[in-house]
Write a protein of this length. Structure first.
Length: 275
């Protein structure tokens, strides 16, 4: 039974890997693209992609034999997401920040004791990272090892927050140990200031400047930030102002006009008014 559950978990992970492969630089993929990226067997990868086509999550081009995500893949779960996500406002925000600065833009979330890259838009400036696939969506790192993680921790109420910090330190490898009191002070600073700036983690030498997105569900914070290799040409304070202004504009955009229902409560057509 344990082996069966393990195999199910592997399949689920591989489905997510396939969907996260697609981005602005990879709008399509062949079987071998997926095989090379994730070092998977060709036969099982081909079978997986075919299954995703049958489920309506991928489209297979009959000529090029390449795959691409369908609208269904994008719409799964969208109806129950916060307005910023459901209405595409967050995607528009990422587009705007990327075009405005040319820097990489990441959306971060919290998964247990880890911070995860929920979404990644690469910029025109590259930076060094240890990951074979580079910096990409889906990657996870410990909350204590990333400035974005400190920002996630800042949303956790006490005393749970200090308990998480103590656990992070207790489970850290010797090279990742830290002083809990210092980490608590760092996280408190993020909570008071509403942003974080520092190392991004994830095996990269890059830094991140990030702010929390408003109106997120409790215990499900989201942050958006610029990811960049430190340089004299990049001013973190200017990036912070750009982030805050862009987020403010998204939140303050006027709501769409109200819609009048075509049917009343008894499902009868309502009287149409003619000019």
């Amino acid at each position: 039974m344990a082996q069966i559950e393990s195999n199910k978990a592997k399949i689920a992970k591989r489905v997510i890997e396939v969907l996260e492969f697609f981005d602005e630089d990879h709008p399509q993929a062949t079987v071998m693209d997926i095989v090379r990226r994730f070092d998977r067997p060709q036969s099982s990868t081909s079978e997986l992609l075919s299954s995703l086509v049958d489920l309506g999550l991928l489209h297979k081009d009959p000529c090029s034999r390449s795959y691409s995500p369908t609208p269904r893949a994008a719409m799964l779960g969208a109806a129950v997401q916060p307005k910023l996500v459901r209405d595409g406002v967050l995607t528009g925000l990422i587009d705007r920040l990327s075009a405005q600065t040319g820097l990489g833009v990441a959306v971060f979330g919290m998964v247990g004791l880890k911070v995860q890259v929920f979404n990644w838009r690469a910029g025109t400036r590259t930076f060094r990272t240890a990951g074979a696939a580079g910096f990409c969506g889906g990657q996870q790192d410990y909350l204590s090892d990333s400035a974005a993680g400190w920002l996630m921790l800042s949303t956790v109420p006490q005393p749970r927050r200090d308990g998480m910090i103590r656990r992070l330190n207790a489970e850290a490898t010797p090279d990742r140990k830290f002083m809990p009191a210092d980490m608590s002070a760092q996280v408190l600073s993020c909570r008071e200031q509403g942003f974080a700036s520092g190392k991004v983690g994830f095996g990269s030498i890059a830094d991140v400047t990030a702010v929390l997105l408003p109106n997120m569900p409790d215990s499900q914070p989201l942050a958006i930030g610029f990811v960049y290799e430190p340089s004299d040409q990049i001013d973190a304070e200017s990036l912070l102002r750009t982030l805050n202004e862009a987020v403010r504009r998204c939140v303050e955009e006027p709501a769409p006009a109200p819609v009048s229902p075509l049917f009343d409560g008894n499902r009868q057509p309502m009287e149409m008014k003619h000019g």
